[in-house]
Write a new protein. Structure first.
Length: 392
């Protein structure tokens, strides 16, 4: 891969070992994937934040870096609510390590908001056609598909390297030819709410990392698209999808001849669960906000919980900026006894591991809860989740 004279200087260590390591990582990726050069990026979103996932080795790696990011950069969710971690049942030891991780990123100039929906809290991160380097799979999917920005599936180290250098190797989804859909997905039933998570759960498992184009008879909201993309990235590795007449690049493409049809009964199958049978463990955690809840999603939950009291542990995960900016709405939700947590989620926090069975309205959380938290999972609509939360 071609490096400019300034990039060569970084490679030769003229600005110190951190920048040298960063450009080595980018150049190695570029060489592996056949990039011609590095291209400037508008922002990064950096995964590898929860102490649960990166442990002491990750903390040490980040703490040893000395430099400053040169583009707006934001963190993925951490392993706990940075303020209400005691309420989550997080230990002092874990909290201390998590705080160290956040401080290490802060020292590098990274914004310490921990969110998988950065597009809902900052306007300066990604617009149509912008090149970015994001690393949380649902955020990647949203950036590529709903915003029309361009990002590869970055790992934490490659996103942080891109943040330090302000560039990323030019390959994969940065190039027009790799954004073309190769499979059509025709969806027969009308969908709403968590049906989109169920659809993503099914389609991701079927198509792996292919780029699909959907033909839908219903018109999804942005939150429903968020849910669809998150689930497809979890059950498969879909980083970009199009929806005919809806997503920004879809009109450029013909429908590819390879076609899958999704029927109503396939969607309903995902909602069926052996854990709802009598004698089985009942859900003991009801969790919303995967990906992090938007304001309209919080408003919907406030409406559904209005005048009710939850009788089961109920979590709603969102971004701190959204919580702080909507205090009346948050108080309305909290009156029901539901807990609103920020900076973290039911998957990346160890706090969910003490539960036996989680009920979620997210296809992504439904996929990950058993594998990453060791907790059984039931997928249900938002309304059914609220019904379960308030039932005795
Ligand atoms: Fe976000 Fe956690 Fe889900 S990081 S996408 S809420 S698994």
């Amino acid at each position: 891969m071609y490096l400019t004279p300034d990039e060569e200087k970084l490679m030769n260590g003229e600005r110190g070992p951190t920048y040298q390591k960063a450009i080595e990582i980018l150049a190695a990726l570029g060489d592996i994937y056949g990039a011609d050069r590095l291209i400037p990026i508008k922002s990064t979103q950096i995964a590898g934040v929860s102490y649960k996932t990166i442990g002491d080795a990750g903390l040490e790696w980040i703490s040893d870096l000395k430099g400053k990011v040169v583009v707006p950069s934001i963190l993925n969710p951490a392993g706990m609510d940075m303020e209400c971690w005691r309420e989550m049942g997080i230990s002092e030891g874990f909290a201390h390590k998590q705080q160290e991780i956040i401080r290490a990123y802060e020292a590098l100039g990274v914004r310490t908001e921990c969110s998988c929906t950065p597009y809902n809290i900052f306007d300066d991160l990604a617009g149509f056609g912008d090149h970015v380097a994001w690393s949380e799979s649902s955020a990647i999917s949203y950036a590529n598909s709903v915003i029309g920005a361009r990002t590869n599936r970055e790992g934490g180290p490659s996103a942080l390297s891109a943040a330090l250098v302000g560039k990323t190797p030019n390959f994969g989804f940065h190039l027009d030819e790799n954004r073309v859909p190769v499979i059509s997905i025709y969806v027969e039933p009308e969908l709403h709410d968590s049906d989109y998570g169920a659809l993503g759960y099914i389609v991701g498992a079927m198509i792996g990392d292919k780029v699909p184009i959907f033909e839908l008879i219903s018109r999804p909201t942005k939150d429903e698209l968020k849910s669809l993309g998150a689930a497809m990235a979890a059950s498969g590795a879909v980083a970009l999808y199009h929806v005919k007449d809806i997503t920004p690049e879809a009109e450029k493409y013909e429908l590819p001849p390879e076609k899958i049809t999704i029927e109503e009964k396939q969607i309903q199958e995902i909602y069926k669960s052996p854990y709802l049978n009598k004698g089985s463990d009942e859900p003991d955690l009801i969790a919303f906000g995967c990906p992090h809840s938007s304001v309209p999603e919080l408003e919907n939950l406030a409406r559904l919980l209005d005048g009710k009291k939850v009788k089961k542990e109920t979590w709603i995960c969102t971004s701190r900026i959204i919580k702080d900016g909507n205090s009346a709405l948050i108080k309305h939700i909290q009156r029901s006894g539901a807990k609103v947590f920020c900076d973290t989620c039911m998957v990346v926090s160890p706090a969910s591991e003490k539960f036996k069975c989680m009920m979620v309205n997210s296809g992504k959380a439904h996929k990950y809860a058993p594998n990453l938290c060791g907790v059984k999972s039931i997928l249900a609509t938002t309304e059914k989740c609220v019904e379960m939360a308030v039932s005795g």
